[in-house]
Design a protein around this ligand. Sequence first.
Ligand code: ACO
Length: 326
Amino acid sequence: MYKAVISGVGSYLPERILTNQDLERMVETNDEWITTRTGISERRIAAETEATSDLAYQAAVAALQDAGLTATDLDMLIVATSTPDYQLPPVASLLQHRLGCRPISAFDVSVTCIGFISAMETASQYIQTGKHKHILVVGADALSRITDYADRTTCILFGDGAGAAILSRAEPSTDQGVIHASTHSAGEHFFSLYVPGTGSRQMMPEEAAKKGKIIMEGRKIFKLAVTSMSQTVKETLEASGYDQADLDWVIPHQANQRIIEAVAHNLELPLEKMVSTIKYYGNNSAATIPVAMDTAIRDGRIKRGDLVMLVAFGGGLVWGSLLLRY
Ligand code: ACO
């Protein structure tokens, strides 16, 4: 089997910053509550003229540049998003055209906040079998478009952004590349985090009155997140023949700093090994992991050869992890 190695990464965050102080003027909240309960100080919000494909495009261009590739080198592209520009067709088609790719296979995956992990897992299969050489994987979301800015329990958490990685084929002898991934779904928790009044249920009487914004049972999701993320890291390590002590870095979904800390505690990992960007960007769903990965590679923390665990949970409930050697 070939190896699927990360050959380039990139990210893009919109310019507009929404601070805790801004939110104090919008809902009954305060900086101290938000900071201590979530670890978030600010988040980025896409301009009115920016859609998910625009965020994805900027991140993709940066990743191509980092890999030293051009768009015509790509054999496939996958966009993970829950906030596509339109209900159909996929963001991936817009991106394929705008980047100037050949008429390659391009599709979206919708797996909420684990979307980037699921897309990386899928892409790595195409590379490892030898079918493709270079695949672009993007996680991009504009959660501000489905956030209710009158609901203080959710609007303090979410933001917009995009991150991208290119997986490239390498010889089986290299020790770099994707090692193992585990992904799961437990639909009995479906309505603990969802966007009512959208999709093919929008005409149903019980949905019609609702408004197309995220509804969430925060406390329940918090507990499920800690348990599922801790469990999936252990399962992926076990399947790969590694243990916690071997990990150089964990890149967790950025949903709440207290979730990140609880997972580190459960796994008996020092907090310094958990990459966190939540303070500045909040939760931008499928983008959190590739943005954090790009940040930690660029600032020199993650180096070639490091063992890195990606781990996430999201609405569905879905959860998963992916182990790679950078
Ligand atoms: N400002 C001030 N007070 C608030 C705010 C706020 N923004 N929000 C809630 N409160 C109040 C509540 O009303 C409650 O008051 P009460 O005790 O008088 O009833 C009190 O603060 C405590 O509320 P809790 O919900 O228990 O607060 P908690 O510590 O659980 O924090 C939070 C809430 C931040 C939502 C947390 O539960 C959380 O992060 N959950 C996970 C959510 C998540 O990660 N969602 C994303 C999933 S990924 C995806 O798919 C998009």
